[in-house]
Design a protein. Sequence first.
Length: 433
Amino acid sequence: MIFNPEYECMDGETRKRQQLAHLKNQVEKLYAVVPFYREKMDDLGIKPRDIHTLKDIEKLPFTTKDDLRETFPYGLLACPKSLIEEIHMSSGTTGIPVVDAYTHKDIEIWGESMARTMAAAGCTRDDTVQNCYGYGLFTGGPGAHYGARVLGANVLPMSSGNTARQLQVMQSFGSTILTCTPSYALYMAEEAEAAGIDLKKLPINKGCFGAEPWSENMRKEIEAHYDMKAYDIYGLTEIIGPGVAFECEAQDGLHINEDLFYPEIIDPYTGQTLPYGEKGELVFTTLTKEGTPLLRYRTRDITYFITEPCSCGRTTLRMHRLFGRTDDMLIIRGVNVFPSQIEHALIEIEGTEPQYLIILNRGTSHLDEVELQVEVKKEFFSDETRDLEGLRTKIENVMKSKLQISLKVKLVEPKTIERSIGKAKRVIDNRKI
Ligand code: DLL
């Protein structure tokens, strides 16, 4: 179903006119009220009146994750704080705080964009949505929640985890739509099998999965376990959360809600805008947001735009499912982690060297398993009273509290982690996603 044909099927020229009008408004407002943007534009000698066409967006400065860190928490706010109704943060952690502050209208935009996303997967008011994306500051839970509400569906706000209860609820209430990360969908399927529950016999028949990379193989596996159709959905906290782009029944790329979020693809090295069809870094400008609008935000996600018309009738630009990222950010059980965060945490733990190796596996459980090998200081290893077990537990606890991920620590002797003459290899990713 197409939730909002007026926008989703709009003719290209009208859409471009509207995008330009929104862009001009947004730039004018940001220049007037957010010193960060005014300074950046002044540095480039650009004024809001220099924006005449959509192509002029290329004159505007980029915004990066580092900019967000430097202005944390309220530096990019474009409205009075009293108008903010909700704040969400990325599933990433202390290292790079990524905040999205939403006004009433922003929540409405979010509900609309997620309603389009879920309607494209076939969700209607007759559905019961089992929402197992996390709610605790992560945008996945509330995003799918608002989308389901706008559609008039019944939503079960489960959040993630407690799998036995998830399965019990799925059976009791006859959930028809599942929203969670793809790896959790597979994990739940395994647990169901172990508990003797045949998911194929349950009413659950569709799922909206995203927040982490996944493959066609994973899609097939999920579809087979649940006897359902699985859809890819994309988004990021900075821009709104989930609801930025989504698959329709044709599953030939993800439709971008481009009347709300203006997309570009750039060369990540030169910053030049690339023609449609070329692979590069995805950049978004929010067109209608009020709380924390962003100009030309560099997502670090790699994809290309698909311009051939889609058989579903939507006219919005599509992006190919993601190919990866331009940085070293890992997504571990839906949590964004940079290897450097692990390094920073280790520096504070006495007895360890900042030499480490992260080994990622996707076990039979289908959930990410992380082993962190850490070198122990020579003195510590030879100390008679050394408490290796205590040190191991301490590192695990520090990682849990600082990075919000559970990992297994293996302490290794000094000088055993391979040194590199070039860029240190900190990660071995065996997940074969
Ligand atoms: O993951 C928002 C979201 C929630 C999207 C629920 C979809 C479903 P962040 O935690 O800020 O926000 O992480 C954003 O996750 O830049 C991508 O690298 C990655 N990502 C999101 N969706 C997909 C996807 C949410 N469908 C970062 N495929 C993004 C691959 C994805 N990677």
